[in-house]
Design a protein around this ligand. Structure first.
Ligand SMILES: [Ca+2]
Ligand SMILES: [Ca+2]
Length: 163
């Protein structure tokens, strides 16, 4: 039977492991943007892909399309819009229920959004995916999912995945 001293040693060892992992959870590779508020690392991929293909690419690389949780995070990502007509896919969609835009890992409608003027408009009844970049304005727009666009991948941190 384990002595009280041994139990203490085991507990200390486990706490040390948790501490190491907690530290690792908040670091991102230098080429990734660290988002503490969403507890994820975000990376921009310039290669244009349709939304579902972009998502598959993200999943194959251990992540998913980005989830934007605050205006602070949103404004940081707007910095990737360097071209007036550039559009970048994010993980917000109304594929499952028209007009109800949800993040990929949620069942409720998104609480934070930054839609542009008259958006989302489901133009010609065929816009279920979301881009940031709305012509020359920094805001969001619903677009047809088959459009090829650059995209943001997010990798959820250890902390969020296991809490
Ligand atoms: Ca729609
Ligand atoms: Ca639209």
């Amino acid at each position: 039977m384990a002595s009280p001293q041994n139990k203490f040693t085991v507990a200390a060892f486990l706490l040390a492991l948790i501490a190491v992992d907690a530290t690792r959870a908040f670091s991102c590779d230098h080429s990734w943007l660290k988002s503490a508020e969403s507890k994820s690392c975000v990376r921009y991929f310039p290669e244009a892909k349709p939304w579902h293909q972009a998502r598959s690419f993200c999943q194959a690389n251990g992540g998913d399309l980005v989830k934007i949780v605050s205006s602070r995070m949103n404004n940081r990502l707007y910095r990737f819009l360097t071209n007036r007509y550039q559009q970048i896919y994010i993980g917000l969609h109304d594929v499952t229920t028209e007009g109800k835009f949800k993040w990929l890992d949620e069942t409720q409608e998104a609480s934070y959004t930054d839609w542009g003027e008259n958006s989302p408009d489901n133009y010609q009844s065929g816009e279920d995916c979301t881009v940031m970049g709305y012509y020359t304005r920094k805001s969001w727009n619903d677009v047809p999912c088959w459009h090829g666009n650059a995209f943001f991948l997010r990798e959820v941190s250890w902390y969020e995945a296991f809490k």
